[in-house]
Structures are given as structure tokens and as C-alpha cells.
Design a protein around this ligand. Structure first.
Ligand code: SF4
Length: 241
């Protein structure tokens, strides 16, 4: 009974319906299931209530499926790190069996067996994400797991989303060198570079727009996609969007 309950519930920060603001499905109306709990501690984390100070409640897979049934076809399972929770496999399977398109957003540090998705949105963290202080060592131990990223990429359609600094030329070039090295390590082919999305760090609309202008020439030169954060343009930086 106890084991069954543990695999049939997830720790959830919030559920809501909105517009997908990032990646290949930007603009798509979607239900969002945001899990809480993360094995990383990015210094810029824009959902600290799922990582630095995890909050939320346990919800049954049944209730999450029922919530999504009332919303759009597309569902985004995000976090935090959803792949830390065993019941995400059951959630994704049941949603897909009902005809939903399921995107799983992950930092790509783990690849538990049995989880399937229609789009793997993998966001490995670059070195600059590492925080100072007591969480530094733990974050660094978990941050890069190339075998896990490759395993997820092999499961189905994927995109790689990299948050990069775009406030100065030196920072952009340092981060893009890291992105290029990771793409090599993950086996990204030249024909797959349009699946690699660069997103400027930041949650302020004016700052983002300026950063995107600085990033655009690099995307043109290298064949990466210039990512946006439509949700910030539409709603500002706040929960439930
Ligand atoms: S992986 Fe995502 S949720 Fe976890 S700390 Fe980094 S930005 Fe926050």
C-alpha cells in the first residue's frame, strides 16, 4: 500500500494552463504540471520554490490526469526536476494514452527508464549556473551527465535549451564555446543544430530584448535557434504562467 501510494503521487508546486513560452512549441496553449524538488541549485533559478526552497504538495496521478483532461491537448511536465519522481512515468504514459502531447522539461542529469515523451526538452546547465556557497559541490557533482542526455535524446524527438549569458561579448563567447563542446559530446549533428535553442539569461523584458539582439548574430553564424521567453513578454515573471 505504502509503495503503491509513493509511485502514484508526485510532489507538485503548481498546475496551470497557459502558453508555452519557450522552445520549438512556443505559442502553443498547454497545461503545465510543475513538479517540486531539484538536484541542482542554479544561482539564477527562476523557480526557487522548486529547488532552493521546495514547496508544494503531493498530488495523485489521477488528479493530474483529470486536470489536464479539461485543458489543451499539449501538456508540459516541468519542474524542478520531474525525472526525480518515479510517478512521472505513469503520469506521462496515462496522458499520452489519452491523446495528449507530452513535453518533459528536464536538466538532463538523470534518465530513469520507463518515461516516454513526445518531446524531450533538455536543458543542461553551463558552468556559470553554479552557485557560490555550500550548495556548490552538490550542484557540480550533478550538473553534467552526458550519458543521461544522450539516453534521453535517443528516446524520441528532442530539443536542447541552453541558458547563456548575453550581457557582454566575452561572456557570450565563453558560453558558446561550452555549448559547442557539449553538442559534440552529445553527438549533435550539423543537421540537428536547429534543435539547439539558446536562451538569454534573465527575467526582465527589456534586458531580455537587448540580450537577444546581442545573441542573434551568433545564432545566424552557428545555426542555433534564438530562443525566447514569450511567457515573460505576455505575463511578466510570475507563477502560473
Ligand atoms: S535545474 Fe531548473 S529548477 Fe533546478 S535549480 Fe536549475 S533552473 Fe532551477
Amino acid at each position: 500500500m505504502g509503495a503503491r501510494a509513493a509511485t502514484e503521487t508526485l510532489r507538485i508546486a503548481e498546475t496551470f494552463v497557459s502558453i508555452q513560452g519557450e522552445g520549438r512549441l512556443v505559442g502553443t496553449p498547454s497545461s503545465f504540471v510543475r513538479t517540486t524538488g531539484c538536484n541542482l541549485r542554479c544561482h539564477y533559478c527562476d523557480t526557487p520554490d522548486t529547488s532552493w526552497s521546495p514547496a508544494g504538495r503531493r498530488m495523485a496521478v489521477d488528479d493530474l490526469v483529470a486536470f489536464c483532461a479539461k485543458g489543451p491537448r499539449h501538456v508540459v511536465v516541468t519542474g524542478g526536476e520531474p525525472l526525480l519522481q518515479p510517478a512521472v512515468a505513469a503520469l506521462a504514459a496515462r496522458l499520452r494514452a489519452r491523446g495528449h502531447h507530452v513535453t518533459v522539461e528536464t536538466a538532463g542529469t538523470v534518465a530513469p527508464p520507463g518515461v516516454e515523451a513526445d518531446l524531450w526538452s533538455i536543458s543542461p546547465k553551463l558552468a556559470f549556473a553554479t552557485p557560490d556557497g555550500p550548495q556548490r559541490a552538490r550542484h557540480e557533482r550533478a550538473r553534467q551527465a552526458p550519458a543521461a542526455v544522450r539516453a534521453l535524446m535517443a528516446r524520441g524527438p528532442w530539443q536542447l535549451k541552453f541558458v547563456v549569458r548575453a550581457d557582454a561579448r566575452a561572456a557570450i563567447e565563453a558560453d558558446l564555446a561550452e555549448v559547442e563542446a557539449l553538442c559534440d559530446e552529445f553527438g549533435v549533428s550539423s543537421s540537428d543544430r536547429h534543435r539547439v535553442v539558446l536562451m538569454a539569461e534573465g527575467t526582465d523584458e527589456d534586458r531580455l530584448r537587448a540580450a537577444e539582439r546581442r545573441l542573434a548574430p551568433y545564432c545566424i553564424e552557428r545555426g542555433f535557434v534564438l530562443g525566447q521567453r514569450l511567457q515573460i513578454r505576455l505575463f511578466g515573471h510570475r507563477p502560473g504562467t
